[in-house]
Design a protein around this ligand. Structure first.
Ligand SMILES: Cc1cc2nc3c(=O)[nH]c(=O)nc-3n(C[C@H](O)[C@H](O)[C@H](O)COP(=O)(O)OP(=O)(O)OC[C@H]3O[C@@H](n4cnc5c(N)ncnc54)[C@H](O)[C@@H]3O)c2cc1C
Length: 313
């Protein structure tokens, strides 16, 4: 049992977008000296189980959705997990707390899922961000940070693809629509249960289906690229969410020569050491993205990766 956490933060505000999706704004007791994180990083929040003290405390990583330049509370975009794996799930404790309640937040940021730590700030390529559910949080931080630094910034090299079950689950749509309008962000939301949302006029299917066969040609056009140009010479991919989204996105991208930033996958697919990574991901669960130990899985993917790399050379 994890020992009790000493609370050091207050929930300043919670905005329930749906029953299972909430924006939490948390105010640490001691305001960290800003900027204390880089957009894309996460920190740890936690709580003690007051109703069942015998279960102790729980802490989980959460991507920071606010920009480092933002004053005031730190924002998180969190899903209530219906089928938790642990007996003391943090999201079930968080769903009971209200504004003014106390909790734990480690005011130290971690992670290298940042532009700075991946391609570098000056990389001119199109940045295609693929998010499922609350996986949009680190991308919000990145986009917001650009806007805080310059409200008129040109975001045309940023593309956000956001997938959810229903339109109401596509959090932050109004803010993102403003960025489309004012800053030329390219943003497309997609819903996987359109039959239950007859008024939805946007894209349908899971977010990874943007990369399936003919749909990738369509995405390429929407991004303003010529035929076949959706490749690592012009595009870098960021993915955030659960395994299914990551596997479903990187697999069709092997055909275009995109290389994941994951040593064991690179090695299994025979990627030469001098070829740079062009797909970066932040994974919210622990399932393997590709079972590199299973030749039946690896061999066909290796053939696709090699063919994709050959097309680029
Ligand atoms: C670097 C990092 C950043 C993260 N940032 C966020 C974030 O910004 N927002 C957020 O909601 N979660 C985020 N997570 C997931 C979070 O840390 C927890 O795993 C999640 O909240 C479940 O914790 P729990 O204690 O309630 O459930 P647990 O008992 O820990 O159950 C874990 C189960 O929850 C599932 N799960 C985890 N995350 C999600 C999710 N977002 N949607 C649906 N199912 C999920 C996993 O598949 C796993 O089966 C992040 C994880 C990591 C590693």
């Amino acid at each position: 049992m994890a020992k009790a956490l000493e609370y050091n933060a207050t929930l300043a505000e919670r905005i329930d977008l749906t029953d299972a999706l909430t924006i939490f704004r948390i105010k640490p007791d001691q305001d960290p000296v800003r900027p204390w994180f880089v957009p894309g990083q996460y920190c740890v929040i936690g709580a003690n189980n007051a109703e069942k003290p015998e279960l102790g405390s729980v802490r989980r990583s959460m991507s920071i959705a606010s920009a480092p330049e933002d004053e005031g509370p730190i924002e998180f975009y969190i899903r209530w997990v219906a089928k938790p794996e642990s007996e003391n799930p943090l999201t079930h404790l968080l769903w009971k707390i209200k504004a003014g309640d106390r909790l734990y937040m480690r005011p130290v940021a971690a992670g290298v899922f940042t532009v700075k730590d991946t391609i570098g700030l000056d990389d001119p390529r199109l940045r295609v961000m693929v998010a499922a559910g609350t996986g949009s949080a680190p991308f919000l931080s990145m986009l917001r940070s650009e806007i805080r630094k310059n409200p008129n910034v040109d975001l045309s090299k940023w593309v956000l693809l956001h997938g959810a079950s229903y339109p109401d689950d596509l959090g932050y749509r109004d803010e993102l629509a403003q960025m489309v309008e004012r800053n030329k962000l390219k943003y497309w939301g997609t819903v996987s249960r359109p039959k239950e949302a007859p008024h939805w006029k946007g894209d349908t299917g899971r977010v990874e289906s943007f990369f399936d066969g003919g749909r990738l040609d369509d995405l390429e056009k929407r991004c303003g690229l010529g035929g076949g140009d959706f490749n690592p010479k012009n595009v870098v991919i960021y993915i955030c969410g659960l395994t299914g989204t990551i596997t479903g996105t990187i697999t069709p991208l092997f055909d275009r020569g995109f290389v994941p930033d994951f040593k064991r996958i690179r090695e299994a697919l025979g990627v030469p050491a001098d070829i740079k990574d062009s797909v970066f991901y932040e994974q919210y669960d622990t399932e393997p993205v590709i079972n590199v130990k299973d030749p039946a899985v690896v061999e066909p993917l290796k053939a696709r990766m090699q063919a994709g790399l050959a097309k680029l050379s």
